[in-house]
Design a protein. Structure first.
Length: 219
């Protein structure tokens, strides 16, 4: 007991800082390392993503109890969620909101019967890039023609209440709602907002200076 008291007296500022930082990461904001290329070209492997955990809910620290709803995921936003179906934490883009009817035909999305706007931005065989417009959000998508077309189309499907349809921007190389189904609202942990920093896994983990403090929605 005496040892604990002495440790507190000698380190109380540091201990308080650690406690506050832990609470902050639990309930306010955190960061997430992206290990795969499913969100290319928007997010690269090695990006450290800042996640706003208060974007949709104010939660009791160290729990999943929502004290207050602060917003709802919007079409085009990138969300981080703990997928029970995938048994993993995933990061994907919201495509379908509750009640939406979503269809994909040969890479092209249709939302509530209306074709999503696309503008080709780069054709570098066998990869194709395009700008996709979802509401007020424009972002790049990647189509790798070396990959199977198995995920390139699906029939019209209605998004259930309190659920979302999500896709990766790397459309032929993403395990998302086409594989694991809809994302329940309660699984969503926050909204990805920025890239804090990035390490290049293919170049000895050297930093990518041009990706530091980058707005994730700035195409």
């Amino acid at each position: 007991m005496r040892f604990l008291k002495q440790a507190w007296q000698n380190n109380k500022q540091f201990i308080v800082f650690i406690l506050l930082m832990t609470v902050f990461r639990s309930a306010v904001a955190d960061w997430y390392t992206v290990p795969t290329g499913s969100m290319q070209p928007t997010i690269k492997e090695g990006d450290r993503i800042i996640v706003n955990k208060m974007a949709y809910d104010l939660k009791l620290p160290f729990s999943q109890l929502s004290l207050m709803v602060t917003g709802e995921p919007q079409r085009g936003e990138i969300v981080v969620f703990e997928s029970k179906a995938a048994d993993n934490r995933l990061i994907k883009r919201v495509i379908g909101l509750p009640g939406d009817v979503i269809e994909m035909r040969n890479e092209a999305l249709f939302i509530n019967g209306k074709a999503v706007s696309y503008h080709p931005s780069q054709q570098n065989a066998p990869q194709m890039f395009a700008i996709e417009t979802l509401g007020d959000i424009k972002h790049a998508i990647k189509i790798d023609k070396n990959k199977s077309k198995q995920l390139s189309s699906f029939n019209a499907i209605t998004v259930p209440a309190k659920s979302y349809l999500v896709l990766g921007d790397n459309r032929r190389n993403s395990a998302d709602s086409r594989v694991y189904g809809f994302v329940p609202r309660h699984e969503i942990k926050g909204k990805a907002t920025d890239i804090a920093f990035s390490l290049n896994y293919d170049n000895y983990y050297l930093p990518r200076a041009n990706r530091f403090f980058k707005d994730i929605y700035d195409i």
